[in-house]
Design a binder for this molecule. Structure first.
Ligand SMILES: Cc1cc2nc3c(=O)[nH]c(=O)nc-3n(C[C@H](O)[C@H](O)[C@H](O)COP(=O)(O)OP(=O)(O)OC[C@H]3O[C@@H](n4cnc5c(N)ncnc54)[C@H](O)[C@@H]3O)c2cc1C
Length: 554
């Protein structure tokens, strides 16, 4: 038992770390009705932008908890909603590549929402206020300084960073959302693997006294990579074009083989070492491409670009999420997004295990499902780092690029909480146009009409299990009504193509890979857990077996 004074509080789930992922975990757990305490050693939410690019799946999750509109409004105040990502010699210079002319090209076919930019310091307060509105307890200025688990739970010592007073908390489960240097991961002796540290980087936060808009010539994309003989990095510029940050990963001409050869142990050009405001100003002006341009540096942060993932996301009652589980360079905008999706995957599982409705083994599917996705993300962020920032690293050991739709909404789970059909693929990712609702994939977006209101199938998910039956799937629909009651879990059933829920574009059976009499079972995280191609085996007892399996009831 750790040393602590003060009364011991009890809480089902303690979250250590109250930044992007800790806040998301608190929000999603409360969404599922779990009592939660999150502790954060800083005094409040983020004060500077880091994460900015929100991917489709993250927006879908925020939509499911009612935050899409507020996040989109805030994002659009800051950034052009139709921005993109390009690569330039300098803001004033030549465009070298355009990775995403418009972030949302082709998105409407696959998702009811959009990709967008919103700075982390603007997003965190939104997550915080929703988590608190739902009843999460958040304690800032509080550090978790000890953690000890036993067979029944975890005891944590919390230290007030102001006056040093300590108190003990007893939790059934703990989520370590404590960032890339995760003290919890160290305490659990969980190792990391992957390419490791890629560069010692800096972020220069600045504003310009001159209008940068004319330099951009209608090319304000949100993100501009900069590639020139002095430096490699990227700008994130808000829509005025006059403020934002420049992240620099490398300095020196990495295109010259003799320089690279002279420093075989990359990171060889350490921009962070001894950085001064004057030096930062020189680099910033070089990246803007206008000598002497009046710019004001507001802050300089130093950080490491790292690509590696934890070898395990669970140690008994403690789970790792976010940067504690996987650290990636910012290229591709994966870090925060992947962490928010970790939290979403874990929340419904903890809720059902804590309420006694699922077997303990359901918790093991968190590692089984999220770690392969985390490893893929580490590889793909590394691929994007090498191709966009550090081609001198060469192509050996670099995985081919997986397209962004497959990365964002095409990753698939293989675990005991998924029942694949005979002949179903088990690949880790697929383009969303190819997965057709196969078990383990994210349930596809299909436009449906409920009492004259058009919505997405995704709007039907999020609180419990959902059975979607095809237009001739009456037998499955009836089976679901009985099975939900028998299993004691929430199971909503929809007859897609009926008067209650019209299939607006007649796409549902094909999009979900079933015949008109088939059905799919969607888990509370919006992933398909099981499907029946037709009604041949329709029965409530069959569906009860399926639910018992997905719930890992042994
Ligand atoms: C320049 C840059 C640009 C980026 N752009 C993007 C992007 O566009 N999209 C994207 O998705 N990601 C992006 N990222 C990555 C993103 O910022 C991180 O992945 C994200 O912040 C991780 O969130 P987290 O909550 O897991 O960890 P962190 O943000 O590191 O938070 C961990 C928190 O835990 C707290 N903590 C640690 N130990 C304790 C303890 N013992 N007790 C209490 N509190 C503790 C820390 O104070 C910290 O607040 C970017 C990163 C950088 C550097």
């Amino acid at each position: 038992m750790p040393n602590a004074t003060g009364p011991e509080q009890e809480v089902p789930v303690l979250i250590v770390g109250g930044s992007l992922v800790g806040l998301a975990a608190a929000l999603f757990l409360r969404w599922h009705g779990v009592d939660v305490l999150a502790v954060e050693r800083h005094a409040g939410t983020a004060i500077r932008a880091r994460s900015g690019h929100l991917q489709l799946r993250t927006l879908e999750l925020l939509r499911s908890v009612g935050l899409e509109d507020v996040v989109r409004r805030k994002g659009e105040e800051q950034y052009d909603p139709n921005g993109g990502i390009n690569n330039v010699e300098s803001l004033a210079g030549r465009e070298i590549a355009n990775y995403f002319p418009d972030l949302n090209t082709g998105v409407a076919e696959f998702s009811p929402t959009v990709r967008l930019f919103i700075d982390q310091d603007k997003l965190e307060p939104i997550l915080r206020s929703k988590a608190e509105e739902l009843g999460a307890r958040l304690r800032y200025g509080t550090e978790c300084t000890e953690l000890l688990q036993d067979a029944d739970g975890v005891t944590a010592v919390l230290t007030d960073t102001g006056d040093g007073t300590q108190s003990a908390v007893r939790a059934r489960y703990v989520i370590g959302a404590d960032g890339n240097r995760s003290p919890i991961r160290d305490r659990l002796a969980i190792g990391m693997r992957g390419p490791g540290t890629l560069s010692h980087s800096i972020t220069i936060y600045f504003r310009s006294e001159l209008d940068l808009e004319p330099l951009l010539r209608d090319r304000n994309q949100g993100v501009h990579y900069v590639t020139n003989p002095l430096l490699r990095g990227f700008f994130r510029l808000n829509r005025s074009g006059n403020a934002g940050f420049l992240a620099i990963n490398l300095i020196g001409d990495t295109a010259r083989p003799e320089i690279v050869a002279a420093f075989p142990d990359a990171p060889w050009a350490n921009v962070a070492e001894g950085i001064t405001e004057q030096r930062a100003l020189e680099l910033l002006r070089a990246a803007i491409g206008v000598p002497g341009i009046p710019v004001v540096i507001e802050d300089i942060a130093t950080w490491h670009a790292v690509a590696e993932g934890a070898v395990s996301y669970q140690s008994e009652r403690v789970f790792l999420a976010g940067d504690a589980a996987h650290v990636v360079p910012p290229n591709g905008g994966y870090g925060g997004n992947t962490g928010i999706q970790d939290a979403h995957n874990l929340a419904w599982k903890l809720a059902l295990v804590l309420s006694g409705k699922a077997g303990l083994a359901l918790l093991e599917t968190y590692d089984a499902e999220r770690r392969p996705v985390g490893d893929l993300t580490v590889e793909q962020a590394y691929t994007r780092y090498v191709t966009r920032v550090a081609p001198y690293l060469g192509t050996q050991g670099v995985q081919p690029l997986v397209d962004d739709f497959s990365m964002e909404i095409g990753y698939c789970y293989n675990s005991s909480a998924v029942l694949p059909g005979r002949g179903d693929s088990s690949s880790l990712h697929e383009h969303p146009s190819e997965s057709h609702g196969r078990p383990g994939s994210r349930a596809p977006h299909v436009v449906v009409d409920r009492a004259g209101t058009r919505l997405s199938t995704l709007d039907l998910f999020g609180n419990g299990f959902v059975l979607l039956a095809g237009p001739a799937g009456d037998a499955w629909y009836a089976a679901a009504l009985a099975a939900g009651q028998q299993c004691g879990v929430r199971l909503d059933a929809w007859h897609v193509g009926s008067d209650d829920l019209r299939d607006a574009d007649d796409r549902f059976p094909a999009a979900y890979g079933i015949s008109s009499s088939g059905a799919v079972l969607v888990r509370p995280d919006g992933f398909v857990g099981w499907r029946a191609i037709d009604a041949a085996d329709a029965s409530s007892s069959g569906l009860v077996d399926v639910l018992n399996t997905v719930l890992c009831r042994g």
